[in-house]
Design a protein around this ligand. Structure first.
Ligand code: ADP
Ligand code: MG
Length: 158
């Protein structure tokens, strides 16, 4: 638990609910935002990315996991970058993927396994932590939103 940092805590009871939470989270994002998704393998990070992507007009079936694609670009307004850092091994490799152009650009970047890189770039990111709570239950904690957006997400008004 992180104390003192204002956050939204949601409970998901299914993959569909987590996808929907991603969809709603997208409603409070704007071009240029970065979302860092923390959670173990199978927590539901990619599931949430599908919902985020759907909100930006992307077919969720085009959002895939376990591929060797580190940066998947989905063109649109704004462009949507699904970044999976699981296999990143060096700064050099990171640079070659175009990672920095994504997170510093005017698209929306969503990053799985952000802990693979330093925290500096993620300070201004919306940070989402997904934790297993048994069976299909997940606790989803979201930090880095302003008060109005926290309220809208927590009350389901987003
Ligand atoms: P990650 O990207 O974190 O490794 P995925 O989203 O690829 O995780 O996979 C999550 C798996 O857990 C999927 O098979 C999904 O159906 C299942 N699942 C069960 N309950 C949930 C839930 N509440 N939220 C998200 N995924 C869930
Ligand atoms: Mg994944």
């Amino acid at each position: 638990m992180s104390f003192g940092v204002p956050s939204v805590k949601l409970i998901s009871g299914s993959a569909d609910e987590t996808e929907e939470i991603g969809f709603k989270l997208a409603g409070v994002l704007k071009a240029g935002d970065v979302v860092a998704l923390y959670g173990d393998l199978g927590a539901g990070k990619t599931t949430m990315v599908k919902g985020l992507a759907r909100a930006f007009g992307i077919d969720p079936r085009d959002v895939t996991s376990a591929s060797f694609t580190i940066v998947a670009e989905h063109p649109g307004t704004p462009p949507f970058y699904h970044i999976d850092l699981y296999r990143i091994r060096s700064e050099e490799e990171l640079e070659q993927t175009g990672f920095w152009e994504c997170v510093e650009g005017s698209g929306v970047s969503v990053i799985e396994w952000p802990e693979k890189i330093g925290d500096a770039v993620l300070e201004k990111a919306v940070r989402v932590r997904i934790r297993h709570k048994g069976n299909d239950i997940r606790e989803i904690v979201i930090e880095g939103l302003d008060e109005k957006d926290r309220y809208n997400l927590q009350t389901g008004k987003a």
